[in-house]
Write a protein that binds this ligand. Structure first.
Ligand code: AMP
Length: 133
């Protein structure tokens, strides 16, 4: 069965899209640790990040850099932190989280909730900072 992220890529379930290329896709995490928490994925459904072919892994990391640069411009933060967990959704993904302190990247923290309008406004703010979007 297709992963929830494959369904997002195919437009079968909605998301707050941030950016897309031929091979990669970025969208807001629906249970964010911080405002702007973004997931970056390969469109190809591979469960474990480190099972990606070398060129796809490098391509994903470059796409993550491009998205993180826009995210850092859009959301005031000290750094854009990055993490790979992958225990919940079996489709490789990189978390990009705007952080100001180390505890901001603690996945045991309570998640934030935003209305659909707030999520869309956050996504639009980030998209504006990503060239070519
Ligand atoms: P993990 O696999 O442990 O890295 O966690 C998967 C992440 O995907 C979690 O942070 C979830 O909030 C997020 N997630 C799961 N389903 C969706 C969805 N439909 N849209 C956006 N984010 C999602």
């Amino acid at each position: 069965m297709a992963s929830v992220f494959t369904k997002i890529v195919k437009g079968e379930i909605p998301c707050y899209k941030i950016a897309e290329t031929e091979k990669y896709f970025a969208f807001l995490d629906i249970n964010p640790l911080k405002e702007g928490h973004t997931l970056v994925i390969p469109k190809q459904e591979v469960d474990y990040l480190f099972d990606l072919k070398e060129e796809d892994y490098i391509g994903l990391q470059l796409f993550a850099k491009y998205v993180a640069e826009g995210l850092g411009r859009a959301i005031e933060c000290e750094r854009v932190g990055t993490a790979v967990i992958g225990l919940e959704v079996p489709h490789a993904h990189i978390h990009l989280v705007p952080i100001n302190e180390i505890n901001d990247l603690n996945f045991a923290n309570e998640k934030l909730s935003f209305s659909p309008e707030e999520f869309e406004a956050i996504a639009a703010k980030i998209r504006e900072e990503i060239p070519g979007n």
